[in-house]
Design a protein. Sequence first.
Length: 172
Amino acid sequence: MVELWRPARKIWRLGLCNPDMSAKTVTKGGLVSGFTPAFEPKGQIMADVNRGDRPLSPHLTIYRPQLTSITSILTRITGNALLVAALLIVWWFLAAATGPEYFVTADAVLTSWFGDLVMFLSLWAIWYHTLAGIRHLIWDNAMMLELQNAEMLGWLVVGGSIILTIATVIFI
């Protein structure tokens, strides 16, 4: 029997078959043992194949979030939140172009306490997302990748975004 671990994994990734927990080998007849068909009969769930009691890895109960991972997740969140703010601003412009009665509604939403909060948080998200992007550009150049420097950059992004947001509100 010939060991086929790597080719078998490629076959599995392509969705042609599902591995179970046994060795991946080819028999003399050319059949791959240790696999089940990719399309299982009704009633069987593909994800449950020989899963056993293995925990997910890394599981939330054993994984301690680090500053770099939290700031990376926050970068993605702020990027998506900026889309929502952009849609609100576009709605405001479209309402202004549509007519005065429709503009009054859109303007009331954007100038309310909720609109002010959304715009303030959007301002912070712009600064945060910009500084986090600069941090990633630094990392892309293989600089400041040591743990201590990476953590310092994370705190600079968080603190810098807060300071720049407050400065923007005060001076503009």
